[in-house]
Ligand binder design. Sequence first.
Ligand code: SAM
Length: 269
Amino acid sequence: MSAFKAPPKKNLGQHFLVDRRYIDMIVLAVDPKPGDRLVEIGPGQGAITLPLLRRHGELTVIEFDRDLITPLMESSEGVGRLTVIHKDVLQVDFSKLAADDGHETSRIRLVGNLPYNISSPILFHALDHAAAVQDMTFMLQKEVVDRMAAGPGSKVYGRLGVMLQAYCRVEALFDVPPGAFRPPPKVDSAVVRLMPLPADAIGIVDHALFARVVRDAFGQRRKTLRNALQQVCSGEDIAEAGLLPEARAEQVEVADFKRLANHLAALPP
Ligand code: SAM
């Protein structure tokens, strides 16, 4: 009989993956290599944890729900070396976690079927520690994955996609239907891989200014850049950076947002 007796908690976004096919597909997507430092966010009842542990031999998990900690440790006995961090993931310092590592490769690989209610804060928390993160393989709401991976011209291209693609390679991997979970969520899900870009490939001079430009540009997405960015720059500045002041944010490539923000950063105060 399963050691997990507590009913799923809605406030912790607990939808446990039960369909073996999707569990296998996630493990295949992660494809752990010797020496990799795997860290799973929200192991729940161990659906992904145990297959990963069986394959890789060691794993660190971060779980907030006290009721799951003991059963998780019990079910991992004899399977591999499981380190459990009982904490809110948003309070976990990934850089410190990577630095604490005694292994050869110190960057961590994040994996998780994330609690959907806090998936964006988790993504941005991980990006704050991007230098410590090798990659992330996450299950999220499909609608969020679509926005993360969208390019110019797509109806769902927006601030989230630009901010993530500015710092990471984003790859939508596969969709997962509600029936793969217990209890089933109300929405479709999808698995996405994010690989933080090396610092020299990011090429943003002033990160706060870049974030401001993207926020304002999409704040009123039907407006032209000239109008939407009135608080940040003039139409002439936009043209000097090589963009069309009459374009709308949804038509602008990530690289062009970077060029505009870097042009503004270089202007005299
Ligand atoms: N990995 C399991 C699976 O695929 O069946 C469970 C996934 S469930 C969608 C999300 C998990 O994240 C739950 O185990 C939940 O308790 C945990 N969780 C929710 N909020 C959390 C937080 N702030 N920090 C760490 N874990 C959290």
